[in-house]
Design a protein around this ligand. Sequence first.
Ligand SMILES: CC(C)(COP(=O)(O)OP(=O)(O)OC[C@H]1O[C@@H](n2cnc3c(N)ncnc32)[C@H](O)[C@@H]1OP(=O)(O)O)[C@@H](O)C(=O)NCCC(=O)NCCS
Length: 444
Amino acid sequence: MSQRALITGVTSYIGAHIAQQLLEKGWYVRGTVRTQAKGQWLHDTFKAGDRFETVEVKDVQKKELFTEAVKGRQVTQSHPRTSLIQESITNIDAILYSAPCHLNPTTREPYLRLPHPHQNIIITPIRPADADAIIETLNDTRVYDQLASIPHPYTREHAEEWIKLVRARSDELLQQLQGRSDDQPKVVDGCPVMTLREVKEDGTEVFIGDVTIARSSFMEIGNPDERARLRDENAARPNGDPEIVYMIGDYLAPSHHGHGIMTAAIRTLVHDWAVPRMGCRKILVNVRKGNIGSRRVFEKLDFKCKGVLEDHQELTAPGRAGGPKWSIEIFEWVYQARGGHRKMPRPHVGEGGASEVLKKRRKTVTKPAPTQRVAVIANFEQEGVMGLEGSGFLFQALVSLRTFEGSHMGVATSPTAVLSVVLDEAFKFHQNICPNRDITSACL
Ligand SMILES: CC(C)(COP(=O)(O)OP(=O)(O)OC[C@H]1O[C@@H](n2cnc3c(N)ncnc32)[C@H](O)[C@@H]1OP(=O)(O)O)[C@@H](O)C(=O)NCCC(=O)NCCS
């Protein structure tokens, strides 16, 4: 039996790329479009003959409208809430769940996953059990020597207090997000995930650092009155105000320095979360002069150095006061809208609209390979559990495709409304097919 894919929302940036990848691998692809006219450019681009077809579905969430798209697939059972999902996954081999903010089926925590080659690193909420690792990392001179606000020594009390504070903030954000309206994603003032973890082969997750985005406190402003004025003004702006200036704080366990992890983590945080979900448009960061690693991270992400302030920052944290003032370099990143748009550079995914990129990448379509059926359910109208900006998800989807070439796989995103159903179904289904992999590691 030939490989078959069903892609909902195939005209989207992500859907189109997934379709192209599958066609290049010799699969049959059926995509849903809202109108056939909208899908015509894909037929023109793919030139895949009968191996690519589009089916008009005005609303993929309406069962009766979706039927045509899944025609030919065996319906196992009908349940008011899950029938559509079950129909979609019938006769397929496995489902991968992929979206910018995933929901871990075991812990039910949201998380962001870094793209290739760091797929084994996720960003999650902080956990009480992180205290030991945080204490160890923040007492390492290679780390605290570059962080002005960290007390020294960094004690268990410091860690526990910090975890409580950050956890409460994360919970608050998650609560705000749960209250979102389905047709308009809520703009929030922070990211509920900030703790970097390495997922080991056996599934254990090891704390490796932190990346946090918050409204700027303008530490680069020397005059305390002016600093307070700017800070208050910034704090008073409503969520999503493009004038808000954000700052980023980050550190990584020295064992993991120099592998590109923090660059990937900040890129993911900004593009998969801060831009689409916070409306973040401007970030200012202060880097201690001589902190080559951090300087390099921001340079790689297209931050521009705005200047150096010599002997500027006084250290006031417990155990740190009294030393010489730090010289700091100021780096700025400003979002540029699509068109003249320039995102933080991504090493593996091209910029530009779907049609443009696809044209560049078009290759000869190969003969279909005889394997089992695969369904790809991607790009439902409501994006992921907490929204997505295309390219982050696209990247993960493509990585998944590459990783699972030759094995049986699919990709799924879902509207918030059916997310848990999808996850549960996908998880069960996947367990049956590949009992040694859980749905999280399947995304690796
Ligand atoms: C800054 C920090 C987060 C960077 O994380 P990371 O994952 O190691 O960063 P990346 O690997 O993505 O990038 C680091 C870059 O700096 C380069 N670099 C690091 N130290 C360097 C040195 N001494 N000389 C030259 N280049 C150096 C690395 O080679 C790499 O650049 P490359 O990709 O061009 O080779 C990490 O070093 C850290 O935790 N430092 C202590 C805390 C800190 O400084 N936080 C930031 C406060 S502003």
